[in-house]
Design a protein around this ligand. Structure first.
Ligand code: CA
Ligand code: CA
Length: 398
């Protein structure tokens, strides 16, 4: 018996030596890819467990693994589940644990008076890219039965373990727990065929979640857009991202030019002329986080619309020709889509000859000049230095 145990331990160490690093959406900190967990909180081998890690069997077949159906577990000699390698447990037997066992992911426990241990055979536990863990190789050795496979269930997430935050809402530093459900195969020799099984690993502390992946932006009007109202544009930005199945959006925060402006899923923000840095950060219920940034440029490339006209002072209509001694008003104004107050300048000119006489009367707003026509030229510029112009001619008849 002594020799057999030594041989089995040797086999186990070879399997562990083949450890491969699995890089996925989840990063593991520390020196090894071991999924550690807190030990269960009840001392009795079969009793109520309310804290820590446990497994449970729905032995009364009411569809629920109640607290009274839970058995606390604690990490095995390797510190927990070693990712990427098989982790067989050897030496299960009748009667409760006696120290002769070679444990795998967890220490031996006593279930219905007999010793059992969890193990990973056939397929190693690995972290999937979508944030789940592959538990299809999960199982138990109990009461001398080599393996009771617990790698599947009739549920849609058969063979998949899920990670969730201990608290709601989740924060990036929150404690993570792992939950896994399976059903004992109906033809299992243990006598527990068809019984539901649940695993809860509390505080998988070496385990850190990372990004939900790439976030894209749908910017109304595009990342470079023409100013379409006074001072800037109202911009709507919809983030485009993917959250793993079984997870949900828990929080979102938008900042524009380093100031937090919104916690709505869609950003609605007025942005003035110029370039703006838009940043979004997202956290899911399970604690996955994501962040991304984009730039939006609001520019004004449109010149002001300029109106230049001679207006008959009495009739208030634009005129192109007036008789001698008529009085007209100068109209020289501009409107701009983006700039509410474009700068306008205008000049009036007239064809003259050498020796012509000009009599000015500034106080009365009058110039007496012998000419047959006047020309008005107006220019306007907006805040972005776009310039528009217009002109008008007034003919003077006798
Ligand atoms: Ca039950
Ligand atoms: Ca403009």
């Amino acid at each position: 018996m002594k020799n057999k145990k030594t041989l089995l331990k040797t086999t186990l160490s070879i399997a562990l030596a083949g450890s491969i690093h699995i890089a996925h959406a989840f990063d593991l900190t520390g020196t090894s890819d071991i999924l550690s967990f807190d030990p269960g909180g009840a001392a009795s081998s079969y009793g109520a467990v309310t804290i820590g890690s446990y497994y449970g069997m729905d032995v009364n077949s009411d569809g629920v693994v109640s607290s009274r159906e839970r058995i606390p577990i604690s990490p095995g000699p390797s510190g927990g589940i070693t990712l990427g390698v098989l982790q067989p447990a050897l030496g299960s037997h009748s009667g409760c644990p006696d120290g002769t066992e070679s444990p795998g992911p967890d220490m031996p426990w006593c279930f219905f008076g007999n010793t059992g241990m969890h193990q990973v055979t056939g397929t190693p536990v690995v972290a999937n890219a979508d944030g789940t863990f592959d538990f299809s190789g999960w199982g138990v050795t109990w009461n001398g039965i080599t393996n009771i496979p617990l790698g599947s269930s009739p549920d849609s997430d058969s063979g998949l373990a899920r990670v969730s935050c201990a608290n709601t809402p989740c924060s990036p530093g929150d404690v993570r727990n792992l939950d896994y459900n399976a059903v004992v195969p109906s033809d299992d020799p243990s006598g527990f065929g068809g019984v539901r099984y649940a695993l809860h690993l509390a505080n998988i502390s070496q385990f850190q979640v990372t990004s939900i992946g790439r976030i894209n932006f749908n910017v109304s009007g595009g990342n470079i857009q023409e100013c379409n109202s006074t001072g800037g544009n109202m911009v709507s930005i919809q983030p485009d991202y993917t959250i793993p199945e079984g997870d949900a959006l828990a929080g979102i925060s938008w900042s524009v030019d380093n100031a937090v402006v919104s916690q709505s899923e869609t950003l609605q923000q007025f942005m003035g002329l110029g370039s703006h840095r838009i940043e979004v950060s997202i956290i899911t219920t399970n604690g996955l986080t994501g962040a991304a940034a984009t730039d939006v440029l609001i520019e004004d490339t449109t010149a002001p619309e300029v109106i230049a006209a001679f207006i008959d002072k009495r009739r208030r209509v634009e005129v192109a020709s007036v008789s001698n001694r008529a009085v007209v008003n100068i109209q020289a104004e501009a409107v701009d889509i983006c700039d509410s107050n474009p700068v306008v300048s205008a000049v009036v000119g007239a064809p003259v000859e050498n020796g012509d006489l000009v009599r000015a009367n500034k106080r009365r707003g009058a110039v007496i000049l012998n000419t047959s026509s006047l020309s008005l030229s107006a220019t306007a510029s907006d805040a972005s230095d776009n310039t528009g112009s217009a002109s008008a001619v007034l003919n003077i008849t006798n």
